[in-house]
Write a protein that binds this ligand. Structure first.
Ligand code: MG
Length: 399
């Protein structure tokens, strides 16, 4: 059976939210990011793109390229709130929904064409989101996720693209190989060095050849270039989570120890999020006392994967939950409401410096293990190996 996979992507999401809040920003060139020169651009309006501005660029350069741009300091709390509103609207309208990032979704509409035209259904869903939220949104519809995503991107903004089954290769052929999800800067340069610029060239190559050049990824990229992708739409679940917990050999009331362990756990799970390019929007703390009564408390937070944002929130939850006079048998933490996304989206202050610090720390962790660099306060938590380099609270990322 042919599948019908819909990709939905809010157009310049952060910019659109800012314009919703302040309509005088409509049609003006807008840069969103930290306000200092050291910051990077998290989002920019289409009006700035003509000047060569793009997301990820240092604010200083973007300002020089487009001096008349209005600079707005981003606010993840607000963006998370609007993201949730859009999610709820779409969730009620489709059988299977995957939220892939703060502003992107996949829905599996297979089988619906027997009852409705799928394209018409997608059009109506798009209209509904725009009408109820005021946020512009694009979609791509095809037989798989990759083609739908590329189709949505190609038609942006306000795209309503449909690629019929059998037309995938034709649609992809004239596009730059850069348009294939997974082809980052490095892969792009490798391909360019082989004289490969357009997807058509990949389509005409034997798959073995591409495998020879790019390894295993070469096979996936070749398939994508040919419009082949069988990955399923994975239902969005608030319960999708990562967690960690520790049971003590001996029950404890040592608050310093408990705090240190919680900080270490928070860092470890945050590192896992960053490694997988994920963000969480809900965190929980669990305590089991020596009488086996177990208590958990959770809160929703703006999407993040940054230690310095998560740690105070986890500790705050812990202190609300913790009954000081009881012996603790187990503590644990859990992150849920997980979506894809770079941690850069939650950092708007002096973020270039912070981003570089996270990048450096994660790089060391990737090379030497996740306990190779840790906060000074977590050193005496004995449940991990003892060889670490102390970064101390100097790595506390102050504003
Ligand atoms: Mg978007």
């Amino acid at each position: 059976m042919n599948r019908a996979i819909l990709h939905l992507d809010l157009d310049t999401f952060y910019v659109s939210v800012e314009r919703l809040i302040n309509t005088s920003l409509t049609k003006k060139p807008i840069l969103i990011g930290g306000t200092s020169d050291r910051s990077v651009i998290a989002a920019c309006s289409y009006e700035t793109r003509a000047y060569g501005v793009h997301a990820g660029m240092p604010m200083k350069i973007a300002r020089e390229l487009c001096p008349e741009a209005i600079i707005i300091k981003g606010d993840t709390t607000t963006y998370t709130k609007y993201s949730e509103v859009v999610t709820q609207i779409i969730k009620e309208q489709v059988p299977v929904l995957e939220k892939s990032s703060i502003d992107e979704f996949y829905a599996d509409l297979s089988g619906m064409d027997r009852f409705f035209g799928v394209y018409k259904y997608a059009m109506e869903l798009r209209k509904k989101v725009i009408k109820e939220t005021g946020l512009p949104i694009s979609f791509g519809l095809s037989g798989n996720k990759v083609v739908s995503k590329i189709a949505a991107n190609e038609g942006k903004p306000n795209s309503k693209s449909k690629i019929d089954i059998g037309q995938e290769k034709l649609f992809l052929a004239p596009l730059s190989v850069k348009k294939i999800p997974m082809v980052g800067d490095q892969t792009y340069h490798t391909l360019r060095n082989f004289g490969i610029r357009y997807i058509k060239t990949l389509q005409e190559m034997p798959v073995e050849m591409l495998k020879g050049v790019l390894g295993k990824n070469g096979i996936i990229i070749w398939k994508r270039a040919n419009g082949i992708d069988n990955t399923p739409v994975v239902a969005f679940s608030d319960r999708k989570s990562i967690s960690t917990e520790r049971t003590f050999d001996k029950d404890t009331i040592d608050i310093y120890k408990l705090r240190s362990i919680l900080i270490a756990m928070t860092e470890n799970l945050a590192y896992q999020l960053r490694k997988d390019n994920k963000l969480t929007a809900c965190i929980a703390v669990k305590i089991r006392y020596s009488d086996f009564n177990t208590h958990t408390k959770q809160i929703k937070i703006p999407y993040t994967s940054a230690d310095h944002i998560l740690i105070p929130k986890i500790l705050e939850l812990f202190h609300k939950l913790h009954q000081k006079r009881l012996l603790v048998r187990l503590i644990g933490i859990r992150y849920s409401h997980i979506v894809g996304g770079n941690y850069q989206i939650s950092l708007f202050d002096d973020n270039e410096k912070q981003l570089r610090l996270y990048k450096a720390l994660d790089h060391i962790k990737n090379l030497y293990g996740e306990r190779s660099v840790i906060r000074a306060t977590t050193i005496d938590t004995k449940h991990h190996n003892k060889n670490h380099n102390v970064v101390g609270n100097s790595f506390s990322l102050k504003k």
